[in-house]
Design a protein around this ligand. Sequence first.
Ligand code: GLN
Length: 497
Amino acid sequence: MDIDTIKNFTIKDYHKVYKNKEASPIEITQFFLDRIHLLDSSLRAFLTIDETGALQRARELEEKKLGEADLPPLYGIPMAIKDNICIQGLPTTCGSRILSNYRSPFDATVIEKIKKAGGIFLGKTNMDEFAMGSSTENSGFGPTRNPFDPSRVPGGSSGGSAASVAALEAPLALGSDTGGSVRQPAAFCGIVGLRPTYGRVSRYGLISFASSLDQIGTLTRNVQDTLTLFTVISGQDNRDSTCAPYPPFSFSDDLPENEIKKMKVGVAKEYFNPGVDPVITQRIQEILKILTNEGFEIIEVSLPHTDYALEAYYIVAPAEASSNLARYDGIAYGYRCSHPLNLQDLYTRTRTTGFGKETLRRIILGTYCLSSGYYDEFYLKGMQVRTLVKKDFEDCFEKCDILLTPVTPHLPFKFGEKSHDPYQMYLADVFTIPSAMAGIPALSLNCGYHQHLPIGLQVLGAPFQEGKILSFATFLEKTLSVPPPVIKSVNLKKEVL
Ligand code: GLN
């Protein structure tokens, strides 16, 4: 197997290869491990590479000797997992020095499900510390680079997962999306990223950032693989009380093409403001023309509270984070400062040296918002705005089936370009945060390139309407036929760090 064959592969193609005995799960796993050895010293998408575990698992799968008909949906498929999702026996650092020596004693529900479905884990991927960020520059272990241009960020916080899939170090990955962390890096790395409806995928074993927003999502090279992986990981879980009481997503939600064309496509003017890079706006306008020619009805809609979503998010998310991160006190988990003088000193020095700057900023911000006398003024207000944002989407999905928007206002930016100004960094998620606040599903699709950099398109739907989003995205992927990323080497000469 070589990269030119594998670059267009879907899971079904790997299964065909297994069935025809052209390659075995061990050989395919070794192919991706070789890619990691070739590229990852420059790319740094992985924090842990579990070579022994991956090959051992591939061997176990081979020994099972299954016929094609009984192949479980992810049989023999290697995967990369964001380092805030627990795999038993492997480190789970959340990109933070405070958890640098933590190994998970249990599997997250999604990991259990993937194991049952025959998946193989290549390792754990780099991320902004505790998923706070949009570039992986906040990782406690150094940033990941964008495979298209190593002087640019891969997006974040699931930047390691997105870069690994774009560079074909792994065919699939899992990430987490609190305000855009699956969709934004998917857009920056030219792949497909799905944030499911809040509650569609169990959060058990996902280390919490902001519990009312966190959602595990998928990163793949094509829409079909998103469908397969999402089907495997979705469904009710008694260990997560916020998980919706529905069975796993089913393939039968997939619509035939003539039905897809009956979908009404909404376009919201709030997402096409002068702050958006004209290259992105122009590409989306071209796509709207293509859709009109294909017979789709395009409807203009308005989401009037869009502008307030970001501000409200930066109250709600830090408030929840400050509470969730209180557990890292140097006693129960991970890092502890050396020679503490007393309990107070233990807490203070463990936390000030264990956490990075952005995480400390969020903890301080969140603690302030929740402090007595300010709760009503900040957290409560933030939640009220959140209700208005949610209502905007409810009104909008009475008029249309899906919404099309940019994923990000800009193409992948350079290292250091936004890291000195937190507000500029926060703006990178201005188009992904409103839907996260509303808890609705959204997908990021590569819709073209500008000067070798990918452009993302966001497809949004009503709660639990992933079927519509995925059917539409399948149609669009076929119609646009944008080539998937092919990275042969990572040229560090352009490096500016
Ligand atoms: N960039 C946003 C933040 O820093 C979103 C992160 C995420 O989705 N995990 O909070």
